[in-house]
Design a protein around this ligand. Structure first.
Ligand SMILES: *Cc1c(COP(=O)(O)O)cnc(C)c1O
Length: 356
């Protein structure tokens, strides 16, 4: 089968050089070669995330550390900001872990306002806020800095951030923002294959997790730290992913972080303009995601047929997520995607639509 270039919001297209790095011959995860590999990616990850704290590697998808954040950090009650499918999932995890929790419910396509978070936190009921930065199901980007500012007003309340589809594409200054957890799966803006999660834990979050009961085994933050001290992971990691991550971090710094952020913003601007000209934008104005564009299907096109036509041109885009299927469609422009590749895709979509 011929490969179709992925413009879906995860997994995204992976460069041949990265796929090659995934195929590096295996080493033992307790070997000195592995320690060297692990120690080598650390400073790069810390620079990427603007943090002095360790950056941990979990061999799981992002959902693992979404669950880990709840299990390690909620003693009292969790407040989850729900504005789409992934934030809804996070609240579901709170419930499945038998933790107490409430939601702020935002209409799909809209973003949370810091005042809403402030009002909820003022009740004094909570010790963790769970926020999805970039809600990939609707294509909105929540105002992370403004929410972080509000949470800082409450010294006992921590902030866990799912940055799955924004990490590496926009600047996230973890320490300055005071993020207690910041996590991302590698199949989105990192542009690596799925199966690895990169995450930070603040010092105070580490302290809270030390006394927490019922954390389970696999996602215990203490274990990640304990092994981190030895340049290692608690269990056998996906060594292949770490080889690929190392190569990708070098590629990221070769491009330059600011250039990478700018490239993502340029692709977002281009795709939004195209969407406005041809359809309409689904997200509320001013809160559109930088890494994907969710387009309102106001022309009632058959998105499955469009994707079939695109497949003949070796590309594929994302349909709307869940209840937004066929009502919207999503074009991802994150990771190693370039403006030229996006332009080519949009030209292809134009042609497919004209020929209908
Ligand atoms: C993709 C995604 C997830 C889920 O990631 P998995 O890797 O499937 O666990 C969570 N949150 C957001 C915002 C996502 O885009």
């Amino acid at each position: 089968m011929k490969h179709k270039r992925l413009f879906i919001p995860g997994p995204v297209e992976v460069e041949p050089e990265i796929l090659q790095a995934m195929g590096t011959p295996m080493i033992g995860h307790r070997s000195s070669e592995f320690k060297e590999l692990y120690a080598g990616v650390q400073p790069k990850l810390q620079e990427l995330l603007y943090t002095a704290n360790p950056v941990f590697l979990s061999t799981s998808s992002a959902t693992g550390i979404m669950e880990g954040s709840i299990r390690n950090l909620v003693a009292k009650r969790c407040l989850t900001i729900v504005c789409g499918a992934f934030s809804q999932r996070w609240h579901g995890i709170v419930q499945e872990c038998s933790k107490a929790g409430d939601t702020i419910d935002i209409e799909w396509g809209k973003a949370v306002r810091p005042e809403q978070v402030d009002a909820a936190l003022a009740t004094g009921k909570y010790d963790l806020v769970a926020l999805v930065h970039n809600e990939t199901s609707t294509g909105i980007m929540n105002p992370l800095a403004a929410v972080a500012e509000v949470v800082k007003k409450y010294p006992d309340i921590m902030l866990a951030v799912d940055a799955v589809s924004s990490m590496t594409a926009v600047k996230i200054e973890v320490d300055k923002l005071g993020l207690d957890v910041c996590l991302a799966g590698t199949q989105k803006a990192f542009a690596l294959p799925p199966g690895l999660c990169v995450f930070t834990v603040s010092q105070r979050a580490m302290e809270r997790s030390a006394d927490m009961k019922g954390k389970g085994f696999y996602f215990d933050f203490q274990a990640f730290r304990e092994y981190h001290e030895k340049d290692n992971t608690p269990c056998t990691p996906s060594v292949s992913h770490i080889y690929a991550l190392n190569v990708q971090l070098d590629r990221i710094f070769r491009e330059g972080l600011e250039n990478r952020f700018t490239r993502h913003q340029e692709m977002a601007n281009r795709c939004r303009n195209w969407a406005r000209q041809n359809f309409a934008l689904f997200p509320e104005e001013g809160y559109e995601s930088v890494t994907l564009t969710t387009v309102t299907n106001n022309r009632g096109i058959d998105i499955t047929s469009l994707n079939k036509a695109l497949a003949a041109r070796d590309a594929t885009i994302g349909n709307g997520y869940g209840k937004l299927k066929d009502k919207t469609f999503r074009i991802a422009h994150m990771g190693d995607c370039t403006l030229d590749q996006l332009n080519e895709l949009l030209a292809n979509i134009d042609e497919c639509l004209e020929r209908r």
